[in-house]
Design a binder for this molecule. Structure first.
Ligand SMILES: Nc1ncnc2c1ncn2[C@@H]1O[C@H](COP(=O)(O)OP(=O)(O)OP(=O)(O)O)[C@@H](O)[C@H]1O
Ligand SMILES: [Mg+2]
Length: 252
């Protein structure tokens, strides 16, 4: 296994009890310190893959290693080192208030109180949630909840960050906040894995682009090359289309 892999995924398949094959023979080495974008149409298997590599879902066959160790033997380390932003932001809310929610991760890491406070304040600022410290988390808007999820991960200071549809529900300003965060994580040498079909927002930061189609990897490579090998049936829009006129502003 390559020494610089965070995740090594070998021949992983996932067949749900009802017989639906969500992933089939996935082989993927995810390199340390790189930004990987995984794209694919709705139902192509992005979220299932994310749940499998973070040990939130069992797989039917194959092997997954995190930093060289079989996933099941390293769950505690995985939970501390890899932060997730879920596709469903509501599912991620734990704390009553914004500050309490963000503090949950660093408190769990048993960090000293002053460091937890420092991290919470910095994460609130970086995610654009200033002034919302004592606001009830459940009453945030959809986009604010996503910012909150990103803030929680930032506060944990994880080496690997996995974001499932990080731009869903975000406005222009929210997308920019998340992109600034991604850029900083990248510059800090973190491993960033982004699952999204909104390639036009983030592909500039990617070192590599993987496309899933019906649970299989159909394109994998440098973003430019991977885009050049897209086929219409994959259901992924090439983000290099331009919008110079209003009449271009349609995905039809
Ligand atoms: N718990 C489950 N039981 C049965 N089938 C499931 C389950 N979770 C996911 N699937 C199926 O697995 C396939 C892949 O789902 P997944 O959520 O990974 O898609 P996705 O690529 O993340 O899609 P989206 O872009 O809509 O988020 C889908 O066909 C889905 O219906
Ligand atoms: Mg998904």
């Amino acid at each position: 296994m390559p020494a610089n892999s965070v995740f090594s995924i070998r021949q992983v398949s996932k067949i749900f009890p009802a017989g639906h094959t969500a992933l089939c023979g996935i082989d993927l080495e995810i390199e340390t310190g790189k930004t990987l974008v995984i794209t694919g149409a709705n139902g192509s298997g992005k979220t299932v893959l994310m749940k499998i590599i973070t040990a939130l879902m069992d797989f039917s066959s194959g092997e997954v290693f995190f930093e060289g160790k079989p996933l099941k033997q390293t769950i505690k380390h995985l939970r501390r080192s890899a932060g997730l932003v879920f596709q469903d932001a509501d599912a991620q809310i734990i704390g009553e208030t914004v500050a309490e929610d963000i503090a949950f991760g660093p408190k769990n890491l048993k960090l000293p109180k002053n460091i937890v406070e420092e991290r919470v304040l910095a994460a609130i600022k970086d995610s654009g949630l200033e002034g919302k410290d004592t606001f009830p988390s459940r009453n945030l808007s959809g986009g604010e909840k996503r910012r909150l999820a990103v803030a929680g991960i930032l506060a944990m200071g994880c080496e690997t960050i996995i974001m499932d549809e990080p731009f869903a529900n975000l406005d222009w300003d929210g997308v920019q906040s998340v992109l600034q965060i991604i850029l900083r994580l990248k510059q800090d040498g973190k491993t960033v894995i982004i699952l999204t079909h909104e390639l036009e927002k983030v592909l500039a930061f990617a070192d590599r682009l993987v496309t899933l189609f019906c649970g299989r990897i159909v394109c994998d490579g440098a973003p430019e090359d991977a885009l050049n090998s897209l086929k219409p049936e994959y259901g992924v829009r090439d983000p290099r289309c331009s919008y110079l006129n209003v009449k271009d502003c349609s995905w039809l």
